[in-house]
Design a protein around this ligand. Structure first.
Ligand SMILES: NC(=O)c1ccc[n+]([C@@H]2O[C@H](COP(=O)([O-])OP(=O)(O)OC[C@H]3O[C@@H](n4cnc5c(N)ncnc54)[C@H](O)[C@@H]3O)[C@@H](O)[C@H]2O)c1
Length: 248
């Protein structure tokens, strides 16, 4: 077993579910002190207790004061912040024409504001060697039918990641994004017009060159690599974990 994160301190937004949860558990198994940041108090508490993680921080990442407080509390408690993982996100499955103002603003608030506020709080406090991994998406670089606001929000996350990488390259803080394809998490099953059936999951899997959905840990492994010193010459990279989806 590797111990890449021994004595490191990590915050993981969206850490109560899906890929954020898989990442939180993986980093902890490799020695990190992990603080889950999520608005789902019950799920965050259960995961933290089961895996012996730090007391979670419960709140909304689209609130900049909350993000600042998370980082300040983490530094108070551990004296440092080494790793920030931004996995908190939401999706709206609607064409642009069918997207309401409220849906547009919600997706931008969580996916874009939330990622920006947590990155800003982190870079203000990180020392040399700090790493940030943002969750982009295949839809951050590709257009798709029926997810216009989500595509726009993930495109913003990708270019925020590139800009931050350049701004902080000389500070020794690396900023990368992971860009997952179709991953079997609660989000994949959420916000659909009909309840998700096994046929529907098979149809989604059939759109993927490798012909299957990813498990969250398959993405978490790549996030852990990007967050560790093993990726020491990488910054500003959009790393696809999509079974060939974007290769077409
Ligand atoms: N599932 C996929 O196929 C897929 C593909 C590409 C990218 N992504 C991205 O990966 C990331 C993780 O997705 P997932 O599929 O694991 O999702 P998920 O729904 O399983 O988990 C998302 C977590 O974020 C939390 N969250 C949502 N809004 C929040 C807010 N305002 N403040 C704090 N916490 C909040 C939720 O409570 C939840 O615990 C997201 O950014 C998502 O957009 C997902």
């Amino acid at each position: 077993m590797t111990n890449d994160f021994s004595a490191k301190v990590a915050v993981v937004t969206g850490g109560a579910s899906g890929m954020g949860a898989a990442t939180a558990v993986l980093l902890a198994s490799r020695g990190a002190n992990v603080v889950i940041v999520d608005q789902n108090a019950a799920a965050a508490a259960e995961l933290s207790m089961t895996h012996d993680l730090a007391v979670p921080q419960i709140g909304d990442v689209s609130d900049s004061a909350f993000c600042d407080q998370v980082v300040a509390d983490t530094i108070d408690r551990y004296g440092q912040l080494d790793v920030a993982i931004n996995a908190a996100g939401v999706i709206v499955r609607a064409t642009a024409a069918a997207t309401s103002d409220e849906e547009w603003h919600r997706i931008m608030r969580v996916n874009v504001d939330g990622t920006f506020f947590m990155c800003r709080a982190a870079v203000r406090s990180m020392a040399w060697g700090g790493t940030i991994v943002n969750f982009g998406s295949i839809w951050g670089d590709l257009g798709a039918d029926g997810v216009a606001a989500y595509c726009a929000s993930k495109g913003a996350v990708h270019n925020l990641t590139r800009a931050l990488a350049i701004e902080h390259a000389k500070d020794g803080i690396r900023v990368n994004a992971v860009c997952p394809g179709e991953v079997d998490t609660p989000m994949l099953r959420s916000a659909r017009a009909e309840p998700v059936s096994s046929d529907m999951l098979e149809n989604i899997a059939a759109t993927v060159p490798m012909g299957r959905l990813a498990q969250p840990v398959e993405v978490a492994e790549v996030v852990a690599f990007l967050a560790s010193n093993r990726s020491s010459y990488m910054t500003g990279a959009m790393v696809s974990v999509d079974a060939g989806y974007g290769a077409r």
